[in-house]
Design a protein around this ligand. Structure first.
Ligand code: NAI
Ligand code: AKG
Length: 528
């Protein structure tokens, strides 16, 4: 009888373990208490499938040893600790369990919010452990009538909003990737201006952790907040910069914080723990019996299906069976995904439609290409998007996806064009791959301009007048931003576009300085 090895790397509910134990095709190894290095070096090489939670990083070291691995099941939502591109390279499918712990995370957020307002753990400790009865010491604040700023209005954020509304809070939501009606239909305020969030009495975050959301609250944002603000983070460590949080709490600018997640976990030596105006929990967002039962059983079921090769529910990547497609197709699919991601960064708003056109032989694979573009375009705003459900998720979000086969290509052997329309405008990017494998964008928004599909890219559009390039160069130099590649093009409307590749990340101050140049029409920035 064929046997498959499923390794459970972190603790999951016993109902899930029982499912694995009882399946006669599964050889199940419980390794939650094994030292991580030993796990990776001695157990992971045997595994067909691994089940992980946030305590096991699926990093290059792990993947290097996953010589037999078909799939990884992340028993939870966030996949920021899974190196998905490396898994794809090795042909390992990554699956998550997206909604099973939503309510647990929502209720923990409310717990933190209330604990902060009433300093509950501190009064409890005073009476229970110190045996002091001092009612006058423990005056708190009410949620009623306070403004709650919610960053990220997905599964968790929207449900926190509904519960907070029942506490008679005024809700202000910031999420550029949803239809504003999702918020306004609930008689809450939708904003595109992040400063409206910073002006709230209580702020909570519920976004994925990615390049755009890391440090979304930093020193500059804390400085803009109301004195005595309360901050809650039950999403991921590092969304609020931990130094900014520490300084804000220490100075009293932030009155209280409720924190479930940390940049480095386990966080037993984190300096935030030294403060007296913080409520902390050891990443317990998903820790309810109900949620762990749901996650454990779903993760085990998915792991069994994947081990047997029957199904890959919630697959987040699609390792391509290269024997089934011509070799030139895979890099185009990868490039299509990058272009979707690029455009979603330069045209940040609710996506209305995605149109993908192909010329040359690649046009025969245009539907697959459209799927990859859709995954790229939605990936940083929703962690539940994958190659299997991309069409479904797009439909659910009211996004029209169209793929067009334009037949032969006149100039390039193969050419793809991706046009993304959002509530705020349209962007278009055409790209090809040259014989030497170089992926190049060859046109964008009506400008014929060539640059590589990688790195940190600034798009600076300006009126075509003298002296602009010099000023742009000076601003970048003054901000220690090193230029690695500079391309320039003009259109017939006397506008110019500079595409500037730089060696390091560009901060908001630099972008604002560029935007303040008289000739500037727009500045956009993307990281690939
Ligand atoms: N503490 C814990 O144990 C748990 C933590 N989580 C974390 O919570 C996060 C959110 O989970 P869900 O609500 O299920 O995900 P979701 O995908 O349903 O919602 C995420 C929302 O964030 C929005 N978003 C993305 N980028 C944004 C940005 N730059 N600014 C504002 N909004 C942005 C998206 O449009 C989306 O509406 C997960 O990514 C995970 O990391 C989830 C479960 C448990
Ligand atoms: O229990 C865990 O592994 C953490 C849950 C979590 O953070 C998630 O699902 O994103």
């Amino acid at each position: 009888m064929q046997k498959y090895t499923v390794v459970v790397c972190d603790h999951i509910h016993e109902a899930g373990l029982k499912m694995l134990q009882e399946d006669e095709n599964i050889n199940f190894i419980m390794a939650a208490d094994v030292d991580k290095k030993e796990l990776v070096e001695t157990i992971i090489p045997q595994a067909d499938v691994a089940i992980t939670r946030s305590s096991t990083d699926v990093d290059e070291f792990f993947i290097e040893h996953a010589t037999n691995m078909k799939a990884i099941v992340r028993a939870g939502v966030g996949v920021d600790n899974v190196n998905i591109p490396e898994c794809s390279k090795k042909g390992i499918i990554v699956m998550n369990v997206p909604t099973a712990n939503t309510i647990a995370a929502v209720e923990l957020t409310m717990t933190h919010m209330l604990s902060c307002m009433r300093m509950f753990p501190y009064s409890h400790d005073h009476l229970k452990n110190q045996r002091i009865w001092k009612r006058e010491k423990w005056y708190g604040y009410e949620l009623k009538g306070k403004k709650l700023g919610i960053i990220g209005f997905g599964n968790i954020g929207s449900r926190v909003a509904k519960r907070a509304k029942a506490f008679e809070m005024d809700i202000v939501a910031y999420d550029p990737y949803i239809n504003p009606s999702k918020v306004t239909d609930l008689e809450m305020t939708y904003t595109k201006n992040f400063d409206d969030i910073l002006a709230c009495d209580v702020i909570t975050i519920h976004t994925p952790k990615n390049q755009e959301t890391i440090n979304i609250i930093d020193k500059e944002e804390v400085a803009k907040m109301k004195d005595g603000v309360v901050l809650v983070n039950c999403a991921r460590g590092g969304l609020y910069n931990e130094d900014a949080l520490y300084d804000g709490l220490k100075s009293g600018k932030i009155r209280f914080a409720g924190i479930d997640v940390f940049v480095k976990e386990p966080a037993i030596n984190n300096k935030l723990l030294d403060l007296d105006n913080i409520v902390v929990s050891p990443h317990l967002g998903a820790n309810t019996y109900e949620s762990q039962y749901n996650i454990g059983t779903q993760a085990a079921g998915n792991a069994i299906a994947a081990a047997k090769g029957i199904a890959y529910p919630n697959a987040m990547n699609l390792p391509i069976d290269e024997s089934k497609i011509p070799p030139f197709v895979k890099p185009f699919l990868e490039m299509g995904q990058k272009i979707g991601f690029l455009e979603s960064q330069i045209n940040k708003s609710k996506i209305v439609s995605i149109k993908v056109k192909g010329q040359g032989d690649i046009a025969n694979y245009i539907d697959s290409l459209a799927t990859f573009v859709t995954v790229g375009a939605l990936s940083h705003s929703t962690e539940s998007i994958n190659y299997v459900n991309a069409d479904f998720v797009a439909k659910e979000k009211g996004i029209e996806v169209e793929s067009v086969n334009l037949g032969d290509s006149e100039v390039y052997k193969n050419l793809i064009t991706v046009k993304i329309t959002t509530n705020e405008g349209t962007t278009s990017v055409s790209a090809t791959i040259f014989e030497d494998g170089l992926q190049r964008i060859v046109a964008t928004d009506g400008f014929d301009i060539e640059f590589p599909v990688k790195g940190d890219i600034i798009f600076f559009k300006n009126s075509d007048v003298p002296g602009v390039i010099g000023s742009v160069g000076t601003i970048l130099a003054n901000n220690n931003v090193n230029i690695s590649d500079f391309s320039l093009a003009r259109n017939e409307q006397s506008e110019a576009l500079a595409v500037i590749l730089v060696d390091n990340a560009v901060n908001d101050t630099t972008l604002s300085e560029l935007a303040s140049l008289d000739a500037c029409i727009s500045v956009n920035y993307a990281r690939l």
